[in-house]
Design a protein around this ligand. Structure first.
Ligand code: ZN
Length: 238
């Protein structure tokens, strides 16, 4: 048939609505995958914030432990000094003196360690805060995309339903014999289009040359014709 035959134009309308709906259905099928992908990204970002925070928290815990150890040693030194006041013998006094020095040097080692930890805490806190604010923004963006993906899903579903209606209206307009050819073609052809023009004696669906019989069936007999290579319904633009 020729593209300007009114009966054929009705088929072309049905075909274009069919294809539009198929595309929307494919998009709708992809949507859960896309939503999954975004959700995974959100989880990864959240984990990296948690990681930055936990490094900082670990250092804080370490600092608390050191702080308690230092306080315990301060108490111990105070106790030893108190004991010193009560001893009578010189050697006992000196022994306590030695112990005070030993405990004091352990304490200053711990204080050095604490100083290092405090500097690390400062860095870790800054890193965690930067990570948190940056990643929070990123998570917000991702959550927005997730929402709009879900909205798009709803729109697609509504459009698909609307097209159901438009397709059945368009189908009612097409001659029954043309409809049955069209339906048969749809069961054979896995990849749309199902209706396609012949250009330079080549089917634009499979890109192969069609026979002269096909061309004459379209041009002369002007009847519904299928490509003798792929089976698609073929027509010529007029
Ligand atoms: Zn073909």
């Amino acid at each position: 048939m020729l593209s300007n035959q009114p009966e054929f134009q009705k088929l072309l309308l049905l075909h274009s609505r069919d294809r539009r709906q198929q595309k929307l259905k494919r998009d709708l099928e992809q949507s859960p995958l896309e939503q999954n992908r975004i959700q995974k990204q959100i989880d990864v970002e959240k984990e990296s914030v948690a990681l930055a925070l936990s490094e900082w928290k670990e250092l804080e815990a370490k600092n608390n432990t050191l702080e308690n150890e230092i306080i315990a040693l301060t108490d111990k030194i105070a106790r030893l000094k108190h004991q010193q006041l009560e001893v009578k013998k010189n050697e006992e006094y000196r022994a306590l003196d030695n112990e005070i020095v030993t405990v004091g040097s352990s304490q200053s080692l711990l204080e050095d360690e604490q100083l290092e930890i405090l500097m690390k805490i400062d860095d870790a806190r800054k890193t965690a805060e930067i990570a948190k604010s940056k990643i929070t923004l990123k998570i917000e963006e991702l959550e927005k995309s997730l929402l709009s993906c879900k909205d798009h899903c709803l729109e697609l579903t509504a459009d698909i339903l609307k097209l159901d209606d438009e397709i059945s209206k368009a189908r009612d307009e097409v001659e029954p014999s043309i409809i049955s050819s069209y339906e048969r073609t749809k069961t054979v052809i896995t990849k749309p289009p199902y209706v396609t023009p012949v250009v330079d004696q080549k089917c634009s669906g499979c890109n192969l040359r069609v026979s002269n019989d096909v061309v004459s069936s379209i041009l002369v007999e002007r009847k519904i014709t299928q490509c003798d290579q792929c089976g698609r319904i073929v027509y010529i633009e007029r």
